[in-house]
Design a protein around this ligand. Structure first.
Ligand SMILES: NC(=O)c1ccc[n+]([C@@H]2O[C@H](COP(=O)([O-])OP(=O)(O)OC[C@H]3O[C@@H](n4cnc5c(N)ncnc54)[C@H](OP(=O)(O)O)[C@@H]3O)[C@@H](O)[C@H]2O)c1
Length: 345
């Protein structure tokens, strides 16, 4: 299947280009960006910021304007600047494209799935409600990068009844894009504020861990309190989490739930699915961003230090690679689920 990337010249767009290189199902044939880049070769329009060189075969593609139409593939990933993503993604969906978006703009809309395929693949059931907007295509979103880490750490505990969650994040600088946080602010420092991040983590977590019932997405009525911090780490968001559960569980039960956790991507053996999406690291100094974030192609979440919490019930750490599992890799996995599940009509 031919695919395109909206916002291909940006930081997240570059991650899409790299993640899609050699993909067994998807061939990247179309790149969209702003009028500033349209008409130029991708190599000339893009300041390549990732490790290694730009994938061969992509450098010579001509960047297009971000307008829907027959030249753009049916399936497009979106890494659009948030200031323009609403109108452009909607225009593509109206014209019959399937927009698998990494942008925040549509995540919390009631007819848009906020997908973590291992957790809530059934939320795709809401997709047909988008036909009421007169769209021939659809919009599917993935969560904010820190929310993906948190929800993957929490999902295995959902059967015990998640009541309250308190999280403190240690978020990598790559999550701020390029040029991101000025070096003089972050080197040897912690910045205890990331604009809008705490609110996103709180509501997105409730939506993802919620249910699809009676034709609606129903948020999990758990209280979530987030404190978000930028730290001097390159890649990998580490999230310290405390959780209160309705049913009292033992450590052995929780560990067994983490070990057994899997979902549709594993059942369908999707190309980007990690064999074990959540992996418990027993050493008491793990997970660590530098040592663990890129394991399993950056697509798994790593949990460690599960121990009793004297305030809530249990506390633990969870780590996920923010630009892979938290952005481009997440969207590609969503698209694989759409393709394998026959959702792309
Ligand atoms: N950075 C991250 O790690 C991260 C993580 C999760 C989510 N996100 C989200 O992903 C999105 C992209 O972030 P980013 O850091 O990659 O941003 P970025 O580097 O600034 O790239 C923005 C992209 O949008 C394009 N664009 C800007 N204005 C446009 C317009 N008027 N019409 C069409 N295209 C336009 C740019 O094209 P030109 O090059 O032609 O200007 C570029 O391709 C944002 O919504 C962000 O919130 C980012």
């Amino acid at each position: 299947m031919e695919v395109g990337v909206l916002g291909a010249t940006g930081m997240v767009g570059q991650h899409f280009v790299r993640f899609l290189e050699g993909h067994p199902w998807f061939k990247l044939t179309w790149l969209g960006a702003s009028e500033r880049s349209a008409g130029k070769k991708y190599a000339d329009a893009t300041d390549w910021r990732l490790e290694g060189t730009m994938p061969a075969g992509i450098a010579d593609l001509t960047v297009s304007n971000s307008v829907p139409g027959p030249a753009a593939p049916k399936l497009v990933f979106s890494a659009m600047d948030a200031s323009v993503a609403t109108e452009i993604e909607q225009a593509f969906a109206a014209a019959g494209h399937y927009v698998v978006s990494n942008s925040k703009n549509h995540r919390m809309e009631s007819d848009v799935p906020l997908l973590v395929p291992e957790i809530n693949a059934d939320h795709l059931g809401i997709l047909d409600a988008q036909a009421k907007r007169g769209w021939k295509g659809r919009i599917i979103t993935n969560p904010n990068c820190s929310t993906i880490a948190l929800t993957m750490g929490l999902a295995a505990f959902k059967p015990f009844g998640i009541e309250r969650v308190i999280v403190t994040t240690m978020q990598a600088v790559s999550g701020a894009g390029y040029p991101g946080v000025p070096s003089v602010d972050i080197l040897g420092n912690v910045v205890p504020y990331i604009g809008g991040e705490e609110e996103k983590m709180q509501v997105e977590t409730q939506k993802i861990l919620g249910s699809f019932a009676g034709g609606e997405l129903v948020a999990l009525p758990a209280k979530v309190s987030a404190a978000c911090n930028r730290v001097a780490v390159v890649d990998g968001h580490l999230v310290a989490t405390s959780v209160e559960l309705r049913e009292k569980a033992t450590e052995a039960q929780l560990r067994a739930a983490l070990d057994a956790f899997a979902g549709e991507p594993q059942r369908l053996n999707l190309p980007s699915a990690p064999a074990r999406p959540v992996q418990y690291l027993a050493a008491n100094d793990r997970p660590q961003p530098r040592r663990d974030a890129t394991r399993d192609r950056g697509m798994a979440a790593f949990v460690g230090r599960l121990r009793p919490c004297p305030v809530l019930d249990w506390k633990f750490l969870v780590l996920a690679h923010n630009t892979i599992r938290g952005a481009a890799g997440a969207a590609v996995l969503n698209a694989e689920l759409l393709a394998a599940g026959g959702w792309i009509k």
